[in-house]
Design a protein around this ligand. Structure first.
Ligand code: NAD
Ligand code: UDP
Length: 315
């Protein structure tokens, strides 16, 4: 049985990755310190004999006994309000943690995959964004702690590949949504859905003309699974190229929920990217991957989760 270590296992994406690898017959070691994650996301796995959970801060030395075939480093605050509140933890988990985990991958002979991000392109001047684009990032702006940590993470990963021959891969993840997102994590989808379900005003930042391209979590996880099993070392964009303005996205959610909420406009955060859409040519060619779930279907599936959460939670 192949063994995989997943950091950030109690988070949104990490918990779905645990489910995916378990369903494909792997032994999964999930590691997390619950900085932004929740036990609720993985409690359904606690009785599974092929799953083991380790409570650990991966910015500290990481020890795992036994063999490891794959290491997926997904631990990191990921929403803008999280990384603005926790800038130093964000910088550490993008730098000290990959340093620790690359050392572990080297010792174990494991393939090492990092969760990189479309944020490495910053506020992009090229549209859509291919992997060959080097980006437009403000290192000392509020988002710099996240963007530059992720860029360093790519650099150290490539360094260990070229210098030590570690088998590495990098996924540049574009905005992804689905069940297990935190209601109050401040990202557009959880904010709009919980506001719509509570009948509160929908807070669109700026004039809402900025664009994003939202990918349903199952599609993303399938792409990451294929990348893990491949021997690709260069970065690969995984995301859904279906692009929408944030204003239209808010209106779609109001309509889907049947809410009487109205859209209000608030200040645009500094350095908020104006446009974002993945060029997924490489994912198609190298991984034979493309997204299957359209926004209408994905949002319906996500709504069921949020309806239940809004009913049972007060935050
Ligand atoms: P999340 O906040 O839901 O999950 C992150 C997890 O990492 C949490 O469970 C948190 O407790 C854990 N964590 C943070 N610091 C840790 C530490 N020092 N030690 C151990 N665990 C730690 O976020 P997510 O949306 O699931 O994102 C997962 C990864 O994917 C992140 O690396 C993020 O940068 C990347 N990513 C996500 C998206 C997206 O749209 N969701 C887009 C681009 C990149
Ligand atoms: N956004 C918004 N209202 C909110 C939360 C976010 O208008 O309550 C906007 C945000 O300014 C950005 C877009 O929605 O332009 C996507 O934001 P998110 O935090 O989801 O992701 P990211 O900015 O990291 O792509």
């Amino acid at each position: 049985m192949k063994r995989v270590l997943i950091t950030g296992a109690a988070g949104f994406l990490g918990s779905h990755l645990c489910d995916k690898f378990l369903s494909e017959g792997y032994y999964v070691i999930g590691m997390d310190n619950f900085l932004t994650g929740s036990e609720d996301n993985i409690s359904h796995l606690f009785g599974n004999k092929n799953f083991e959970f380790v409570h650990h801060d991966v910015t500290k030395f990481v020890h795992v006994s036994g063999e490891l075939d794959y290491i997926l480093h997904f631990a990191s605050p990921a929403s803008p309000i999280d990384y603005l509140e926790m800038p130093i933890q964000t910088l550490k988990v993008g730098s000290l943690a990959p340093y620790n985990l690359l050392g572990l991958a080297r010792v174990k002979g494991a393939r090492f995959i990092i969760a990189s991000t479309s944020e490495v392109y910053g506020d992009p001047n090229i549209h859509p964004q291919p992997e060959s684009y080097w980006g437009n990032v403000n290192p000392i702006g509020p988002r710099g702690v996240y963007d530059e940590a992720k860029r360093f993470q790519e650099a150290i990963t490539m360094g260990y590949h070229t210098f030590h021959g570690v088998n590495t891969g990098m996924v540049r993840i574009f905005n992804t949504y689905g069940p297990r997102m935190r209601l109050n994590d401040g990202r557009a989808l959880p904010a709009f859905m919980s506001q719509a379900l509570r009948g509160e005003d929908i807070t669109v930042f700026g004039d809402g003309s900025q664009t994003r391209s939202f990918c349903y979590v199952d599609d993303l996880v399938n792409g990451i699974f294929k990348l893990t099993l491949s021997d690709e070392h260069q970065p690969i964009n995984i995301g859904n190229p279906q692009e929408i303005t944030i204003k239209e996205f808010a209106e779609e959610i109001v309509e889907l929920t049947g809410s009487g909420s109205k859209v209000i406009y608030q200040d645009l955060p500094k350095d908020d990217p104006k446009q974002r859409r993945p060029d997924i040519t490489r994912a198609k060619e190298i991984l034979n991957w493309e997204p299957k779930v359209g926004r209408e279907q994905g949002l319906k599936r996500t709504l069921e989760y949020f309806q239940e959460k809004v009913q049972t939670q007060t935050v």
